[in-house]
Every structure is written in C-alpha cells, then in structure tokens.
Ligand binder design. Sequence first.
Ligand SMILES: *Cc1c(COP(=O)(O)O)cnc(C)c1O
Length: 404
Amino acid sequence: MGPSTITRGTNVNITDAEELARTLDARDALAPMREKFDIPADVLHFDGNSLGPLTLRSREVLHHTIDVEWRERLIRSWDEDWLAMPMRVGNMIAPLIGATQDSVISCDNTSINLHKALMSAVALRPGRTEIVIDINNFPTDIYIAQSVADQHGMTLVAVPAEEIIGAISDHTAVVTATHVDYRTAKILDAAAITATAHKHGALMVWDLAHTVGAVPFDARALDIDFAVGCCYKYLNGGPGAPAFIHVAPRLLAESGQPLQGWWGHESPFDFDIHFRPAPGISRFLTGTTTVLSMKSLEAALEIFSGVSMAEIRAKSMGLTRLFVDLFDSHLAARGFVLSSPRDPETRGSHVALGFAGGKALVDQMASQGIIADFRPPDLMRFGFAPLYNSYRDVVALVEYLARF
Ligand SMILES: *Cc1c(COP(=O)(O)O)cnc(C)c1O
C-alpha cells in the first residue's frame, strides 16, 4: 500500500484520508527530521518553495557566531574559519546536485550568479548571436539574460519550455532554463535540452532554484556546463541566504566572470593591483562573504548530510500525490483548477492550483497560520517539503480548502 491508495475521482471521505495519512506518517522514515525545525505549533507551513523555516541548528550556530566568533575572536575569525566558508558550503551543496567536489561555490544571490554564468558562457562562445531562454522562467532570469544579450548586441530568444529544443541552433551561444518551473512545478527534460545545446556547440546554464533540496539532479551525468540556485527555499538557509554557482570542472580553467573582485583573486592578501583569477571555482567569488547568512545556511545544510535525495524525492512525490488525489475528490468541484502536472515524475515539490479568488484566499489563510503563496494571475502555490511536512499536514490543508 502506498500513497496512491486513494484512487482518483472516488469521493474520499476526509476521515478516511486522515486515517491513511496517519498510517503513512507512522511509516515515514523522514518524519523525525521535523524535530530539527522550529516551526510554531499553530502554523502549517506550505511555502518551503519560497522560504524554508528556521532550523534549531541555525539558531544555535548563529548565537555561537555572534557571541564567540564575532564578539571574542573578532578579525581572527576570518583565518580561523570564515575565509573558507564559501568553498566549504559549496562542497556541502555539490552532492545535492550531483556535482563534483570543488565545482560549486556559495556566494551572492541567484540573479548575480546567473549573470556571472551567462557572461562567462557567452565569452566562451565568441561570434554566436543568440541566447535561448524559457519565456516562462522566473522574471529575474529573463531580466538578467536580456541584460547580457543587450551588452553583447545579441538576441534573446524567449520561447515556451516545449519549444526550447527547436529554438536552439548553431547561432546559439547559451541556453538557460529553470529545471523546475516556479509557477507550475513542471520538471523540464534536462537531458534532452542539455544534449541539444551541446549538439549545436552551445553551453547550458541550469537554474536549480526549485530543484536543490527537493528534486534530484545529476550535474555530472547530464554533463551540464553551469548551474545556479537558491539556498533559502528547500535548503532552509534563511532569508537572503547566499546562493550558489556550479561550473563544470572541464570549463573552469578557461572561464572568466564579469565581476572580478579580490575574493576571486588567486592570492587576495597579496593586494596585487593586477587581477589573477584563482585556479578553481573561487574565481567566481567577487567580494566579502555575508558571514551571518552563510553560517545560518551551513547549519541548515547539516540536515542533508543525514538523508538521501532519493528518500527526499520519494516522500515529496508521496506528499504531492496525496494532495492531488484529495484535490480530485474534494477541491475540483469547488472551482480550484490543477495547474501542475498530474504525473508525479514530471512534478517538483509544490502543487499550483488556479483559483479566481486565490490572492484573497492566501491572505486569509496566512492570517490563520496556514502559509502558502500566490503568483499572478491566479495561482495558489502549496510547497510540500519532505523534511518537515507530514501527510497529516496535507489532509489538514485540504480540509481547510474544502471548507473555507
Ligand atoms: C527564487 C528564484 C530566484 C531568486 O533570485 P534571487 O536573486 O536569489 O532573489 C531566481 N530564479 C528563480 C528561477 C527562482 O525560483
């Protein structure tokens, strides 16, 4: 018996669903992970796709950083610990996206890292005139790609995800897309898109904002060129946590980045006026690390060392599948429209429902401690995070939506 026990279309009574959820929770190997989070008892959190909750470890580590590393050790902490953080945290993220050690570094935010990756990729493909992007990508990705195209007199070819493969040609310098669509949670075919880009001699930049910590990704097997991603969503790094950038090791020696600064220098403390890029991924750094934010992120990442992405994915699919089954039996008739893929294989870790009064409903829910979010024009997004959401949370959410 699995989460698919509830058959689509049958009118499942909510009491039966509660019973089923209790059974699924009881045999959920990830259930104890919830104890690592400090979520207020009167809150139901379905927004891990936008802001992961506070971990107990982050609070503990931040207190230590403030009281010991900053207050007592002062500047000595840079050498004792802080200078090594971007690389150390990058190496904690690497296994979550299937990247090799020393090919990921944590810094800046996703927008800036995407800018660095696209500029770097364009410089590696001189003479090419186009950048291809998913037109439904998160707006910041489109703004950044447009600015890179404008600076090089290139054309930004923005097409729906299904048309990306057909839009790639020998004029394409770089293709960029977000692996899990931020609105619908649809998972793009990373293998086919990457292979087509490579077949035409173009480079591939994946945005893993809604992938990392929720959906497995294999940067090495897919042979991607660059990736960027966000750490305050499913990685629970905290508001404004630094993001990450990955560059395939085979490209590192030849890739530069537009924001060369002292942290990307081979030897920053030589204070040499001539820029010499660091030999490895550190050349993608620019300036001083935001220590407090990165401490919070590093602490939150400890949780991932004890679980596998396969376990996380299995539970994520179980949670979203239960929600979709209960949508069919309890919500479809109330005017909600399923806007995420039905097939869990092509669905990320949130489910979007179209609803005309979605904005007002999300606000009303928030005032009652049920946290979801809204994206125009009418999408309510419900994130199901395997590390702290339970099957019973899913049923409680459906009960609310069926009765509000
Ligand atoms: C969340 C998200 C971002 C956020 O970018 P920041 O620069 O970190 O604010 C960017 N792109 C995508 C696809 C996202 O989902």
